[in-house]
Design a protein around this ligand. Structure first.
Ligand SMILES: NC(=O)c1ccc[n+]([C@@H]2O[C@H](COP(=O)([O-])OP(=O)(O)OC[C@H]3O[C@@H](n4cnc5c(N)ncnc54)[C@H](O)[C@@H]3O)[C@@H](O)[C@H]2O)c1
Ligand SMILES: O=C/C=C/C=C(\O)C(=O)O
Length: 488
């Protein structure tokens, strides 16, 4: 049972703002009310964007890169000071294991601010020298400037991690931001606004509006003419909708979208490590990670043994309360999302899948039966053109199939409308070097998964996204660059 319901407010021009229209925030663990959220209407979104624009002409627009770096470290300090509150808020909204919220979600929130504080402080700009036709030595150099006001729209699956992955570089580059977190996970975004306020972020530099997508704050924000760039993380079809809106005014976009990622397990792999790795890549966060492996291809000589081992490992996963000792998996984000996942469980049977394990809803015999839990599920026996093998499900489920040759598995992995991430398990370094570049994806992990160096480019191809963020790639997206040519 959650403590007394809280009221989550918007944050605009340095002030917390309530609204008459609110929506409920419901626990996915037991269906109880966590609190109410103040929904921003079009006028309030307009106020937020105007505050961001005004901040560019105020003190925030005068901050040097070093001053912005210092402020980002102060924000990271503020999150660290309230770390347990952020963990509790993320767990309340999502039902995830406390351990995950501590070691992944909130820890990455701190790391994102610190990473981009360092990067903006160290980032140099290009400078070239040439001899002009008149014999003069000419210097051409570039300078970075902010776009202005950046709209940041984030999803519910890794709320704090993904929101700060965008807020940190956007502010590092001097932009004002208006953030619109998912309606399913409003709590840590609101805590972040409190930390921004406590850190003394100049008013209008950071603004928060709560609401939904269509005909609500998300749409009002992306359609606002004073939004200079849009960074969005979410479903591919939402990205397509936002892209059409961004075309009005030709605004820059950075999209991190859906995936139908593959894990490829060769017979020469470290078997136990590969089993543990595929369990992680299929069931972390109840499969609600865009990088999760919903397709698993195993070289035929070890296929039967691998299926048996993966089944056993999946059945050993502990599903339960977020704060239970040793819990591995929590609930899904909502009943609505569980209905979507369960519909795929039914579809898989209709498409002829063999259910190796799972496929249903666990029976706890307590209030968790009012939550949004599903069983970790493994299928086999489906053809590559089955919808369950082609469509993103975004739950704790994978389909496992045998393959015989490298050429075959590369073709099958690439036969997808998505292209986000692939995980490869092999001890053969030659093979690892030769096949990894042949996958049409944004990222490939070898003998690991979701291990992140925040300086590297992150993003997907095809329906999985547009652009790359991470390291200087973020600085490039969140800056406008002017090239200046100096003739003596
Ligand atoms: N590639 C990545 O890095 C990455 C990371 C996380 C999640 N995702 C993807 O996100 C999806 C799950 O997240 P979700 O269900 O929150 O996605 P979603 O697209 O339903 O919503 C994402 C955000 O967009 C807002 N939104 C929805 N419609 C909008 C519109 N028309 N205009 C403006 N805003 C709108 C929502 O309110 C929410 O804040 C999955 O497909 C997952 O693969 C991708
Ligand atoms: O659910 C998708 C996870 C995305 C992860 C990142 O954007 C990251 O690790 O920076």
């Amino acid at each position: 049972m959650n403590p007394s319901p809280v009221l989550l407010r918007n944050y605009i021009a340095g002030e917390f703002v309530t609204t008459k229209t609110t929506f409920a925030n419901i626990s996915p663990v037991d269906g109880t009310l966590i609190g109410h959220v103040c929904e921003a209407d079009a006028d309030l979104v307009d106020r937020a964007v105007r505050a961001g624009k005004a901040a560019q002409q105020g003190p925030w627009g005068q901050y040097s890169a070093a001053q912005r770096a210092q402020l980002l470290h102060k924000i990271a300090d503020g999150i660290e000071r309230r770390f347990d509150e952020f963990v509790a808020a993320e767990v309340a909204d999502t039902g995830r294991p406390v351990h995950q919220a501590r070691t992944l979600d909130i820890a990455r929130g701190v790391a994102n601010f610190r990473t981009f504080a360092e990067l903006i402080n160290q980032a140099g700009n290009e400078c070239f020298e040439m001899r002009a036709a008149d014999g003069s030595d000419v210097f051409s150099f570039s300078v970075r400037k902010p776009h202005g006001v950046v709209a940041i729209i984030s999803p519910w699956n890794l709320p704090m991690l993904l929101l700060t992955w965008k807020v940190a570089p956007a502010m590092a580059c001097g932009n004002s931001v208006v953030i619109k977190p998912s309606e399913d996970t409003p709590s840590t975004a609101t805590l972040l606004a409190e930390v921004m306020h406590e850190a003394g972020v100049p008013e209008g530099a950071f603004n928060l509006v709560h609401g939904f997508g269509p005909n609500s704050a998300g749409e009002y924000l992306t359609k606002h003419p004073d939004i200079d760039a849009i960074t969005f993380t979410g479903e591919s079809r939402t990205g397509a909708t936002i892209m059409k809106v961004a075309a009005e005014g030709v605004r820059d976009v950075s999209f991190e979208l859906g995936g139908k990622n593959a894990a490829v397990v060769f017979a020469d792999c470290d078997f136990d490590a590969a089993v543990a790795g595929v369990i992680r890549s299929s069931f972390t966060n109840s499969g609600q990670v865009c990088l999760c492996s919903e397709r698993v291809y195993v070289e035929r000589p070890i296929f039967d043994r691998f299926v048996a081992a993966l089944k056993q490992a999946a059945e050993n996963l502990k599903i339960g309360y977020p704060d239970e000792d040793g819990v591995n998996m929590g609930s899904l984000i909502s009943h609505k999302h569980r209905d979507k996942v369960m519909a795929y469980f039914d579809l898989a049977r209709d498409e002829g899948a063999e259910v190796v394990t799972g496929g249903g809803i666990p029976n706890f015999g307590d209030e968790r039966d009012r939550g949004a839990y599903v069983q970790p599920t493994i299928w086999t026996g489906l053809p590559d053109d089955a919808r369950c093998v082609r469509e993103e499900i975004f739950g704790p489920v994978c389909h496992i199939a045998p393959f015989d040759t490298e050429e075959e598995v590369i073709r099958r992995v690439n036969d997808s409308a998505y292209g986000l991430a692939t995980a490869v398990w092999t001890r053969d370094l030659r093979r690892a070097h030769s096949i990894t570049r042949k996958f049409h994806v944004g990222m490939v992990w070898v003998n690991t998964w979701f291990l992140r160096d925040l300086r590297t480019p992150f993003g997907g191809v095809r329906l999985s996204g547009i652009g790359r963020e991470g390291g200087r790639h973020s600085l490039d997206f969140y800056s406008e660059i002017t090239t200046i040519c100096m003739h003596p």
